[in-house]
Design a protein. Structure first.
Length: 137
């Protein structure tokens, strides 16, 4: 099975007046939610759908607790989660306050096993729809 790609024209955010260029992006075919994943795991194990769904929901409740404590969460084979903070720079350490935080993001770093799952991907460009360039301003 190959990953379907489509062509899309985009502007350069650093040069909004510059030439638009074409890029390949993934053609997304939809999304999958917690229930679908719980069903899939249930079908592959001896656990019921409700058991799996309960574990996944509890995981979603427990992870933020450890994130707020400043912990890096390692889920073997899956990856790790941690907080990244961006702040304004000051000339001295004493000048820094919590008000200098501009952004906090939750980052995910996939584990080795998860990374390996995308090795050898096959790609295919969708030709069913011809891309139409957006109107020029």
């Amino acid at each position: 099975m190959s990953v379907k790609l489509k062509k899309m024209q985009r502007i350069n955010p650093q040069d909004r007046q510059g030439e638009r260029k074409w890029y390949l992006i993934q053609e997304r075919s939809g999304s999958v939610g917690l229930s679908e994943i719980a069903k899939e795991i249930s079908d592959r194990s001896s656990l019921t759908f409700g058991d799996v769904q309960n574990v996944l929901r509890n995981l979603l409740e427990v992870l933020p607790v450890y994130i707020r404590l400043g912990q890096t969460i390692h889920l073997e084979g899956f990856g790790s989660f941690h907080i990244s903070v961006t702040s304004d720079g000051k000339s001295t350490p004493d000048a820094l306050t919590v008000h200098d935080v501009r952004n906090a993001r939750l980052l995910f770093k996939p584990g080795v096993e998860l990374k390996k799952s995308i090795e050898g991907l096959q790609f295919e460009i969708e030709h069913s729809q011809q891309p139409t360039p957006p109107p020029t301003p």
